[in-house]
Every structure is written in structure tokens, then in C-alpha cells.
Write a protein that binds this ligand. Sequence first.
Ligand code: NAG
Ligand code: NAG
Ligand code: NAG
Ligand code: NAG
Length: 488
Amino acid sequence: MARSFYFCLFFLFISSTSKLTTSYPLSTKSRWIVDEKGQRVKLACVNWPAHLQPTVAEGLSKQPLDSISKKIVSMGFNCVRLTWPLDLVTNDTLALKVTVKQSFESLKLFEDVLGIQTHNPKLLHLPLFNAFQEVVSNLGENGVMVILDNHLTTPGWCCGDNDLDAFFGYPHFDPLVWAKGLRKMATLFRNFTHVIGMSLRNEPRGARDYPDLWFRHMPQGAEAVHAANPKLLVILSGIDFDTNLSFLRDRSVNVSFTDKLVFELHWYSFSDGRDSWRKHNSNDFCVKIIEKVTHNGGFLLGRGFPLILSEFGTDQRGGDMSGNRYMNCLVAWAAENDLDWAVWALTGDYYLRTGPGLRPNKNLLFHPSTGLCVTNNPSDNIPTLRLGPCPKSDPWTFNPSEGILWINKMCVEAPNVVGQKVKLGVGTKCSKLGQISATKMHLSFKTSNGLLLCLDVDERDNSVVANRCKFLTMDASCDPASQWFKVL
Ligand SMILES: *[C@@H]1O[C@H](CO)[C@@H](O)[C@H](O)[C@H]1NC(C)=O
Ligand SMILES: *[C@@H]1O[C@H](CO)[C@@H](O)[C@H](O)[C@H]1NC(C)=O
Ligand SMILES: *[C@@H]1O[C@H](CO)[C@@H](O)[C@H](O)[C@H]1NC(C)=O
Ligand SMILES: *[C@@H]1O[C@H](CO)[C@@H](O)[C@H](O)[C@H]1NC(C)=O
């Protein structure tokens, strides 16, 4: 999918390559976003997350900030939707006292501290807000426009139905605190002309996800931003994870200003039901879903409002059939409507991605007979696996259907010889682990000469070794528990 995905982005983008130099500020002219001269500006943005636990824009432990900005430009994007947690402006301790280094250290992300020291030494000792500001500045120096997207309240992964900040009035979403935070953010970036807009809140959602509260509070946030910085585009997200703006069909937003209001819509393959693209004929389903998307948001173009498709995207490794089918339908629709857009996301991975209710992968291998967990053994020359205290965060992932166990970007390479330690390698020779026996707690693999072995523990040093699978069934004479690993 990766290749065709980039092709698609290119295709979406070519219609705007005739653009001349943009003169800020931007405003709206019916459904178009235009610059000061009235020329259309087509936003071709990439989402750059900076709202997760570390509260640092992702990737800065891997590459220098300026290289990332230049890469964004070279890929054809003209804009970044930069996400931020509200706490970044409402909690002065977080924003102004905690440094980048301290933030990573508090999360035990020591490798990232080293990475930042290597690639972005100037950022390492900056307070989190200043580091965020550096990112915004650098994007500006590279001619990249920025949308500041208030993604959630407290740094972390977003979004689930049960989040405490899912909607106005939830325990962690006080509309007054929010509007005050938006005003502050708009004020703090008043001098950055390339900051062209703010999206007020990402993906409102939850059981109380109804339009009345939206109509009461969204305009308050919009007025707060506009009062602090009237140059900004004010971007409003729909309900149901920003898939639904249909309540605007027969009721309009009441704000005191004109020519600045923009809406945003999100559309992923799973917005249409988990895996449902795979289960339907793509012609039939594409037409049906576009009807839905038009009813729920696309209609705004016809009402004279710009609509940014501000999150979409799929697993670009190609294996997600639903995602691939959805993407073709989406790209056709976006091109036909000449939409402004922002793809999710710039990042290949995240410093740390955890959130309540969100565990796409299994990330603990618990060894019940010792109460310990499988960890890697970084002190070894050749990294191996051993038992250790169960980690609180997720240093590794195991996806049972793939059977590949990853730790710190290395994967398990099981040995061919009974009794040998289980090593970690760089990803070229990953073993496929099966979960066998009635309990599925034996983790098995086939050696190159066809032998079925299981992970086991050498009790002399708690290292993880390969042994013949023992007592899988019937035989009651002995206990297989040293080979039991519960995937949690
Ligand atoms: C503010 O941030 C600090 C540092 O992350 C944290 O310890 C504190 O609990 C936060 N305060 C509030 C009120 O959230
Ligand atoms: C913006 O620029 C003006 C004039 O250069 C300066 O007085 C003001 O302090 C700046 N504001 C911020 C928030 O940096
Ligand atoms: C969109 O929101 C409206 C208003 O709350 C609701 O009536 C409608 O069912 C929603 N549409 C979908 C597809 O969920
Ligand atoms: C729109 O908002 C203004 C003040 O912000 C208020 O005076 C007016 O009554 C509102 N109109 C509607 C139709 O709600």
C-alpha cells in the first residue's frame, strides 16, 4: 500500500502546485480557503502528534528538527496539523518547569533522552512549552503552515469513548478552562504568521455526544480564539469522533465573526464499521459510504464552508485489505471535491503510546509460575530474553496473529538447538511464535529442520531458552508450567 498511498497523496496535491507565494493571514471565501490576495490556498497537511505523554513532538529522538521540517516540505506537504494537549497551556508546571529531558526520564524513556541529545541537543533542556514553540518556529522557517490542534486535555493517547475528557462537561473537560486555554494558545502564537488556524478540539465523542452542548460550547471556544487572534482560521470538529456534522444541516453556528469559520471531518476505514470494507463489494460500499460522508459533513461545501478532511489514513504496509479499499474510495472523493486535507500521520511510531482501553497489541508475556515477565537483557552482547519484573509501560508488542514478538524494535529469533538461549535480532529473521496446547500458553516455533520447540525458562539464571514442548496434553505425570507464558 505504501507506494500507492504516496501516489495518491501526490495526485491530491498536484492540483495545487500552481500556487504562488502565500500571503497571510488566511480567510474563507465560500467553501475555499484563500490568502490575503484572495488566491486559493489548498491545505495539504500532515498530522504531527505532540500530544502524547512526553508532550514533545514525535520523532525528535530520531532526526534533527530541521531535517524533519525539510522532509515534510520535500514530501509535498505545505502544512502541519500539530497536536497539543490543553495542559500545555493550563498547567504551568508541565509547560514551563518540566524540561524535555525530565519528561522522558519520568516515563523511563531513556533511549529517547539519548536520541534527543544526539539529534536535537538544543531542545533537551528546554521546558516543554518552549520545545513546542521551537517546533512551530522551525516549521515556519521552512515555509510550512501550522494548524494548532487541541487534541485532548491531559497528555496521552486519544481517543476512546470512555475518556474523561471525551466531551464538554466531562470530568477533565471543563468548557471554561478549555476556552481560557485556547485563548492563551492563540495569544502565545499571535506573532507567528504561519500559524494559520486552530482546531478547537479533536473528535468530541461519548455517550453525551449530542449537538446541544456542542452548539453551546463550540462558539465560546471560537470566540475566545478569535478575540485573542483574529487572524486565525477557527476550525470546528464534529461529534462521534469527528465523523458527524449532520446537526449543521438545519442549525447554524452563531459566532460574531465572518470569513474565518472552517469545519473538519475525520474518516478512517473503521469509521464505516470494523473491517467492513473487506466484507462488501467496493463499488457498492464506496457509493453507500460516500452518501453517508456527504450527509454527515460533505454537504457543508455546498453551504459555503471549507471542510478539511483533517484525519484519514491507513496502515501503509499493505496488509489491511479494508484500509486499502477504503483509501481508494476516499482519495477519489477527496480529489473530486478538491478538499483540503491532513493525513494521519507523520510518525512511523510513537515515543510511547498507551491509553485506557487502547491496546492494539498484547504487550506482556507473563510467566505465572514465577510471577515475572519476559523482558530483554540489554546488558548482553547479543541481546537475549530473560525473566524480570513486569514492566508498567509497554516496551514491546506481540500480535498473536503475526506471532512476532518485538522488544525495543528487535524481534525474537528462536534458536535451532535445544537448550539455547532465545536471542533478539533486528527484524530480518523473526521467528513466528504459535500459541499451542489447550491453554495456549506454550509459545512454540519450528526450527529450520522442522523440530517443534517451545519457549522455556532456565531456572539457573531466569534466561528464556528453547526446549522440546513438554506435557502438552494427556500426560499428568509432570507439570508444564515452566513453559507457560500468558499473553496479556
Ligand atoms: C501539572 O503537571 C505536573 C507535571 O506533569 C503534574 O505533576 C501535575 O499533576 C499537573 N497538575 C495538574 C493540576 O494536572
Ligand atoms: C509579538 O511581537 C511584539 C512586537 O514585536 C512584541 O511586543 C510582543 O511581545 C510579541 N508577543 C509575543 C506573545 O511574543
Ligand atoms: C449524527 O448525529 C446526529 C445528531 O446527533 C444523529 O441524529 C445521527 O444519528 C448521527 N449520524 C450517525 C450516522 O451516527
Ligand atoms: C448569537 O449570539 C449573540 C451573542 O454572541 C446573541 O446575542 C444572539 O442572540 C445569538 N443568536 C442566536 C440565534 O442564538
